[in-house]
Structures are given as C-alpha cells and as structure tokens.
Design a protein around this ligand. Sequence first.
Ligand SMILES: Cc1ncc(COP(=O)(O)O)c(C=O)c1O
Length: 397
Amino acid sequence: MTYTFANRIGSLAPSAIREILKVTQDPSVISFAAGNPAAFAFPVAEIEELSAELLASSGAEALQYGVSEGYGPLREQTKARIKRKFGLGNENDQLIITSGGQQVLELSAKVLGNEGDVVICETPSFVGALNAFRSYGLQLAGVPVLEDGMDLEAVEKILASGRRVAFIYTIPTYQNPTGRTMSLAKRQRLLELAEKYNVLILEDSPYLELSYEEAPPPPIKALDRSGRVIYAGSYSKVFSPGIRVGFALAPAPVISKLIVAKQVSDVHTNLFFSMLLSKYLEKYDLDKHISFVCREYRKKRDVMLAAAERHLSGVTMTRPGGGLFLWGELPPGYDGFELCKLASEKKVAAVPGSAFLPDETQTSGGFRLNFSLPTEEQIEKGMALLGQAVADLLKGR
Ligand SMILES: Cc1ncc(COP(=O)(O)O)c(C=O)c1O
C-alpha cells in the first residue's frame, strides 16, 4: 500500500537533525538539546495535594467537558495577573485558555492565513511555530534577529513589497533559539510599521518571566493602542509543560475566531489541570516559585557562559538576560550542523542552527545550547567535550 498525504503535511519532512538528536536517548549522552524545564521547577508536592483536594471536592466537574474558551476562574486569574505584572490587556481584549502557547500559534495561522500568504518571522525562530505556519500553506519570510531584535528594515521591505502578509510573528523576549531580546525602541517601531501597513503582530512570549537580570522591556502587546497584537502566553516554563496550559490575549473579534477554531481542534483545554492550576494560583504564590526557579537557572546560565569562555574558543556566544538558551556562532564558513555531528560522536548533544531556519535550504553557522535541564556538573563536562568538537572542526580534523 502506498499512502498519499495532504500537501499541508507532506511538506513537513522529518529533518536530518533528528538523527543527531536521536543520540539524546542514550543516557550516557549529555544533552544541551532540549528546551525542557528542570525537574526542580515543578511544584510536585503542591500538585499532589491539590489533585487529591480537587478530586474530592469537584471531581465530577473536573472530569467533565468544559467550554472552549477555558475554565472561567483561571481566565480571570490569568487576566488579572498579567495586567498587574506586565500591563497586558485593555477593555477591548479578551483572554482564552489554550492547550499550551503552541496552540495559539497554530490557531492564529488557521484563523488569519490563507494558503500562499506570507508570515514575516525571525530567522532563526521557534520551529514549532514555523511548522504550524507551514502546515497551513503559509510562506515564511525570515528576517535576521540582531542584538536588539528583528531587523526592521528587512521587515519593512517585505511589507512594502505588496505581498499579502497574514501577520508578523516575533518572540521578542529571550528569543528561542538566540536568547536575544528586542529593545523598547524596536518594539515601538514594529508597532508603527504594523499600523502603517495594516498588519497584525503575533507576539509569542513563553519566557517572559524567566528573567535573570533587569526586567525586559514591556511586551509589545502592552504598548499597542490600536488592537494589532495577539499575545501568546504559557504556564509551561513557569509551572509545568505537561499540563498543557497556555493562553491567548487578543482583541475580542480575533478571540471569537480563535474560539471557533479551537472547538474544531480540541474542544477545550484539559479541564482537570486548568482547575488545578487555578487552585494553585489561589492558594500558593506563583511569583515566589518563579523567583526560586530563576535563581537556579541563573546559576546554570552563568556556569554555561563561564564554561563557554574557557572551552569554546572561536565561537561567539550570546549572553541572554533570561530564557533557557544560549546561542553560539561559529566563525564564517563553518556549519553548525557539522559541529553538532562531531559533538554527538563525543556524546554531547546540541541543536544545529539550521533546525530553526524558515528557509530550509540554507545552512547556519549557529547552534543552540539549553542550560535548564543539565546539572551544573553535566554543563561543565559537556562544554569541555563540545570545546573539543569545536577545536576539531576548526582545525579540519
Ligand atoms: C518560542 C516558543 N513558543 C511557544 C512554545 C510552546 O510552548 P507551550 O506550548 O508548551 O506553551 C515554545 C516551547 O518551547 C517556545 O519555545
């Protein structure tokens, strides 16, 4: 039997990178490849206690179907929290609970993009978003992520070209994969461009609260006065990704369409975990938990940066103020994919920059390193091994 698949999925080929990442299944491999929170970041004891309470007090409700826009009290708590902390949301906005921040990206593509429309995005960018956009037949137009965020001249060039742009997709704070943060001036300018060319911005910000130094600039959504920004948020990196709870904050007309699209996709987000999270927010101090997690991640980031300084001679590293990743750039002419292959032979895994490119035919001299999951000891050891791989690559072995 030969199977024929729809174009929208047929174009999403499993990449060669998977071969490299397969090595992470070997327990003797040190992996800097994941994007996962550390085990200590999960409030397991509290979740255990709240699960029992929830089943005892409201088991039938928690196990029942729910409404597509999400569990009411959690919507209200989330709305109030992001308003208080980040000035997010005004009288024209509504908030819905989604199955992770990922679902906001997928539903936005479904609701806003016709096949062949362009999405302006960063290059490199989050591959989960890129594949969601590809799966709806959207064309990706990548613009470089500079030290202070998206290259806005490149953005304007695309906007001025007359191609139909569905939206601009950006991860402005502690970007995945580079760790870079867009400056306040650029956030304001990006909004001006969106207004001038009448397009929407999809702001994806799952790392906003993983901040290790001074606070980042306000979210683009908090600066928006004309209802142009859809904000994708998530509890994955600050509570648990396994519960699959994220949210979309957007102008009411956009939210109405996202709800219809969500009904078709998964009816509603897991109600048990939505209720459990709501109880957690009522009873415990999430901010305190996040402060603890940030202190631990900051230590790991610093260990990895110091090790990079010692071992990765010839590589330019970013120094992110938050998030989960460092990004390395090899000298011109060297390929991050080759480096990651050599590294996997030495039993250390990193993700080659080519995995994050909107244009899959290009190569990248970059690679991404995660510091949240490995222990400090593993970071020290893994970076030394990665250093050997870099040295082998640069001297042509
Ligand atoms: C930039 C970015 N956006 C969105 C997500 C999706 O996260 P989740 O669906 O777990 O909220 C991730 C996950 O790694 C990410 O890195």
